[in-house]
Structures are given as C-alpha cells and as structure tokens.
Design a protein around this ligand. Sequence first.
Ligand code: FE2
Length: 355
Amino acid sequence: MQSVLVVDDNPVNLKMIQEILKDMYKVYPAPSGERAINFLERTIPDLILLDIEMPGMNGLAVINRLKQDARWLEIPVIFLTVLDDRVKEEQAFQMGAVDYIHKPVSAGVMLKRIHLHIELQKYRKTLEKLVEVKTNQLLRSQDTILEILVNVTSYRDNATGGHIQRTSFFTERIVNCLFEIGLHRYRLNRNYADNIIKSAKLHDIGKVGISDTILLKPGRLSEWEYKEIKKHTTLGAKMIDDAMRELGDDSTFLLVAKEIVYSHHEWWNGRGYPLGISGEDIPLSGRIMAVSDVYDALVSDRPYKKAYTHDQAMEIMREESGTHFDPYLMKIINNIMQEFAEVASQIQENTFELV
Ligand SMILES: [Fe+2]
C-alpha cells in the first residue's frame, strides 16, 4: 500500500484527512513540521500533504528543508491552503510543491489529486530508469568502438600497443593531479578531465593513414618521410570531424578527442605542428598529451635510438620546459613523474603483437 505523510497542527483536520485516505493509503499523521522532519529520518512516504500555516516550523520552512536533502528532494508535496491565500500558493509552487488543495478539503478532489501525483511520480521514475539504462548502453557502445579504434592503430605498428597504454596512464595521472590541485590556471571540470583521459588513447589514430613503409621504417626518417608522418595530426582530426558529421554528434568526448589528436605535437613556443600555435592557445589536453607522449618516446627503445633512463628523460624534458612544454604544467607534475618510470617498466612493448 502506498503511503502519505499528512502534516497539520489542527487535530480535527488531521483526523478528517486520515479518515478520507485510510482505505486507499497507509497514512502517517504528524501534528507539526518538526515531527514531520523527525519521521522522515526513518520513513520515506510516497507523498506529503503539508499544511502551510503551522506554529513553529511552518509548511514553507518544511518544504525548504525537504528540498535541501537528497533523500527527500523528490517526494511530491501537496500543500493545504486556505482559500484566497494566493501569495502563499505561489510561494509554495516556487519552492517545489507539485499542487495545492484548499481547506476545507473535498474528499473526492483530495483522493484524485493524491492518486494523480503518486502515479506521475512513478511514471517519472520509470522514465529516469529507462534513460539511465539507454545512456549506459550508449556509453558501453562508445567504449567498445573506442577500443576497436585503438586496436586498429596498435595492429598497424606493434610497437604502439605499449605506447598507447603507457601514455594513457601518464595522461590520467597528470589530469587527476591537476584536478586535485584545482589551480585557477588549470581549473578542469570533471567531465573535461574524464574526456581527456578517455580520448588520450586515440592521440595517434591518424597514423592509420600513414604508409607502412614510413610507419614501420627501421631507422631515421628522411625529411620528406618526417613531413608525411606529421600529417597524422590533421588526418586524425579529419577522421574525427567526419565521424562527428556522420553521427550528427558534437559531444564533448569527440571534441576533446579531436583537440588531442590535432594539438599533441604543438610546442609551447609555437614551433610545433600542425598549426604552430603557442602558449595557452594550445588546448590543455594537447599540452598534457605532449608531455606523456614525449616522456614515453624518450624512455622507450626506438629503431633509431636506445631508451633513456628516467633521470635522463626528465633532464631533457626540464630543459625543454618553456620551449616544447608548458612550463607551469611541468612544475606542477614534477613530483608525480617518478611514478611514470615504474609504469614504463611494467608495460612492455608487443602487448598487441599479431600471431
Ligand atoms: Fe603523435
């Protein structure tokens, strides 16, 4: 049986309402606002009938309290008002009441309105649940497609699998560090932070459009080859742009992914590519990715060089702070980069080696 909490300081009214509702609902009578709040600490009813004029905590004070507590926020509240108290009625609606009933109450009107609002609340909750289920399904599909895309990049070049995993970890660590510190310069909202973490894995997606002879070349690249490989930033951004147009989706996730893909090779001093933008004109996501990407390249074996140690890599990166890298960012993350060394040694290459 559904339940209704009735709050009224007048015992005659309280008794009468109880009589009207008792066959249809479980009724909890409360003779004051304070008693109602105490009761709500233990039991959550399906609806509240609330008198406005009461000594002590009046109806408006009660609803004000209800709307500040997540446990009570969504309980539908119907006010009991005397006829012609328009100001109070308006105030009650503004404060979140769903309806009002004039006193003296009509049994038929009261039962109909209570039934209507309890049904509406049930319907709303079902819809919310449905939206939540659909949203989760959509997020799962998005994650699966993301993993497929990441694997496509990895299979093109089996040295990239470990690189993607490591840079993804470094990026997550940097983003969370900035988020925890919450400095004005790097004020990140959680959604942007999560989207950077999620889309970091796609930073080199444009490499699928680069010829194998260049991508897999065991040695230093010629000037022309280097120019070709630089195109992975614009190619990747175009792929995401096309996907956004095709899907009619300009969600923050795809926008952030495009930012990272396009800007992770820009330099703080404007000497990077593809745009040659500088300083804070480079999206924060791209400045973070640049740090993760270069650190991993330095501490990894490449066809044309042996891996540097963590200390050597840090020395090189500190020297390039303010030219290649955002100097403020480098200062903040200096302490957490020691952890990068441990992760780099744990995640080895060939994780995605083809058989
Ligand atoms: Fe890249």
